[in-house]
Design a binder for this molecule. Structure first.
Ligand SMILES: [Zn+2]
Length: 157
């Protein structure tokens, strides 16, 4: 969530250095560092106070659905990532989207998934990209593989 004011200097520019669930995860505790004065402070946000909405291309918005996101990732990551890695990815993506604030465009959700999968597994990434970006032929696929080779160094798992 943006718009937190530094309690020391009132600047509206901070970065989150740590966040974790509190009160049985009904709230989120964040350690923030003010980018203006460098001091750190803690905020608590109640999860239900910060509804995350996804704005669809049609202009409508719907509540963020972590289960739906997980299904999409599961499909792409089948046989490539274990449950734990998928859980972590879903949690990290949700966290990232919540950082953006109340309503995020659906394309941003797709991009967040792509970024995450690209870092985790090239095959899962390409599967997700082929659905998400609507690859129509081999050329689309080859272009994406080319991009992938440019941006990721070979990794060992
Ligand atoms: Zn400050």
């Amino acid at each position: 969530m943006r718009g937190m004011r530094c309690p020391y200097c009132r600047a509206n520019d901070d970065k989150v250095v740590d966040s974790r669930g509190a009160d049985g995860d009904s709230s989120i505790r964040r350690r923030r560092e003010c980018l203006a004065c460098g001091r750190r402070y803690t905020t608590y946000e109640r999860v239900e106070d910060v509804p995350l909405l996804v704005a669809k291309r049609s202009g409508e918005s719907e509540p963020f659905d972590a289960a739906k996101l997980r299904k999409g990732i599961e499909r792409a990551a089948s046989g490539r990532l274990d449950d734990h890695a998928i859980d972590d990815a879903v949690a990290a993506i949700e966290e990232e989207l919540r950082e953006l604030g109340g309503e995020v465009p659906s394309e941003r959700v797709g991009m967040a998934v792509l970024e995450r999968l690209r870092a985790l597994d090239a095959v899962a990434y390409l599967r997700f990209a082929s659905v998400y970006k609507g690859f129509e032929d081999l050329a689309d696929f080859e272009r994406e593989v080319g991009e992938l080779q440019k941006t990721t160094a070979p990794k060992h798992r």
